[in-house]
Design a protein around this ligand. Sequence first.
Ligand SMILES: [Zn+2]
Length: 574
Amino acid sequence: MAYVALYRQWRPQDFDNLVGQDHISTTLKNALHTGRIAHAYLFAGPRGTGKTSTAKILAKALNCEHGPTSTPCNSCSNCEKITAGTSMDVFEVDAASNRGIDEIRDLRETVKFAPVDGRYKVYIIDEVHMLTTEAFNALLKTLEEPPSHVVFILATTEAHKIPATIHSRCQRYDFRRIGVQEIESRLKEVAAKSGLAVANDALRLIAVHADGGLRDALSILDQCTTLDGGEVTAANVRQLLGLIGHEWVWRLTDSLAGRDISATLLQLDELINSGKDVRQILLEMALHARSLMLYKAAPEIDNIAMYSEDKTVLDRQSAPFSHAELVKMIQALNEAANEAKWAPEPRIPAEIAFLAVCRRSGGEADFAERLAALEARLAGGVPVPVLPNRPVLQPRPELPPAPALVSAHATPAVVPAPAGENTVEPADSAVPSRVEPAAPKIEPTADTKEAWDRVLKELIANGKRSVHACVAQGQLISLTDQQATIQFTTVFPKERTEKDDYRSMIETIFTHVCGKAIAVNCVLASANKKPASAPPPVKPKTTVRVDPADAQHPALREALRMFDGKIVTEENEE
Ligand SMILES: [Zn+2]
C-alpha cells in the first residue's frame, strides 16, 4: 500500500478533533444544530491551520446519511466518499491553478444541477484570492443568487485580496495560528498512535518551527521518521531543518554579550565553514534575541513560543543587554538576513551586523558620556574661521560613525567684560592678526588646584557629566572664604557656567567641598585686546556626528537648544 503522509493520515475527521480552532468548530456545530446553513463561507487564516479540513468536515456534516449533523458518522457511504475525495457532490477547486474565468463558468454550469447522493453540493475553492478579476465577477453572479442546495466554502491565506463584493456575501471565519503547546501535544498524540519514538525536545523543536501550522509540523515529523530506525532526537530535527542549534546560538550570544569581536567572528566563520546557511544563522540569532527581549520585558510570561525555553539561559544571557540593545540587535540581524538574500557574499552583512552588536553603544550611561564629549567640543575650542563669513566645517571628532550630523552654531556673543575683571575679549572671536602680546593667565596655587579637582570629581560622582564637561574647561584661580573665581579661556563655557542652573549646582558642590557658602565668579583670561575696528565675529560652526537612534534623546534635544544646533542628514549637509 502506498505510504500516506502523516498529515493526511491524521487529518481531523470531525469538529471535535480540529486542533486550536474551537471558536470555529463551536459556531459551525451550532449552525448545524439550528439548521442555519449559510450559502457561502469564507475561511481565512495562515496555511496549515485546518481550513480545508474544516471545509471537508462541514461537507460531511451536511451530506452524512444521518445528517445534517454536527457529528458526521464517517462510516456511511457519503462520508466515506467525501473523505476519499470521490463524492459527486463535493468539488474541490484549487484557484491557484484554475484561476481563470472558464473554470468558474464551468462551475456555474454545474451549480444548477441537484446533488447526486447528498443534500448539498459543496464547492470548496482553495486559495480563492488567486482568481482573476473576471473569475471573481463570474463567481459573484452565482453568489448573488445561489440555488438553495449549494454551499460555497472559499478558503484563503490572504483575505484582504478578496473583493468586498464577494466578502460581503460570505460568513467569515478566521482560523488562528495554532499555539506551540497545542501543536506539541497533537504531535505527541500522532507519534504515539503511529508507534513512532520521538524525544520530547524534538517534538518541541518541531512545534516551534512549524510557526503555527499543524500541517507543516506533521510534515516535519514525517520527514524525521524517515531518517533512521531509532528514536527521533532534537539533533535529527535540527539536522533536517538545517538549524544551527541552541549550543551555537548560545555560544555566539555569549561572545556578543562580552563584546568579544574575535570570538564572534571566529565562531561565525566556523559555522559557515561547517556548511550552515548564513541567513539561517542570522534568523536563529534574531529568534534567540527576541526570546531574550521578551524574557527581559516580562520574565513571568511562559507561553510565547520562545526559541530557548531554558530559563537559566534566558536569565543569564538577557542580563548583559539593555532592552534597547536587544531591540537594535534584532533589527540589525533581521536587516542582515534580508541583505544576505541578495548579497554576492552573504557573510559580509552577517559580519557587519555582529560587529555592530559587539560595538553597541552601551545604553544611557554611554550616551551621557558621548553627549558630554559633544558638549565639550561645542563649548570649547571653536577656532577662528580662516575666511570671514565662511563657516568652516570642523574635522570630525572621534565619535562612532553614523549617518546623521548635528550642526550647531555656537554663538560667542561678545559681552563687555564686567569692571574689575582682568579679562578683555573672548579668544575665539579674535582676529588672526594679533597685535598685542598675550596677557599671562593667572596660574592657580596647589591648594586651589586640589579644591578644583575635588569639585570636578564631585560633579562626576553626582552624575553631572555635561556640567563637568563644560566647567572643567575652566580653572579655579582663587578661592576665598566667600568666593571661588573660575577662569576660562573661551567665552562659551564661561557663559554657560554663569547660567543659574550650572552656577547653583557648582556653588552647592563648592559649599560641600569647603564646608561654607561659596559664591562662584567666572572670568575670562583673554589673550589679547581686539582692535576697535575689528569685524564682527563670524558665527563658527561645528559639526558633530551622532547616532540617528539618539536623535530624540532628551539630553541631545537639550544640547541642540543650548547651542542653537540642528540635526542635518549627510545629504543636506552644507
Ligand atoms: Zn455519515
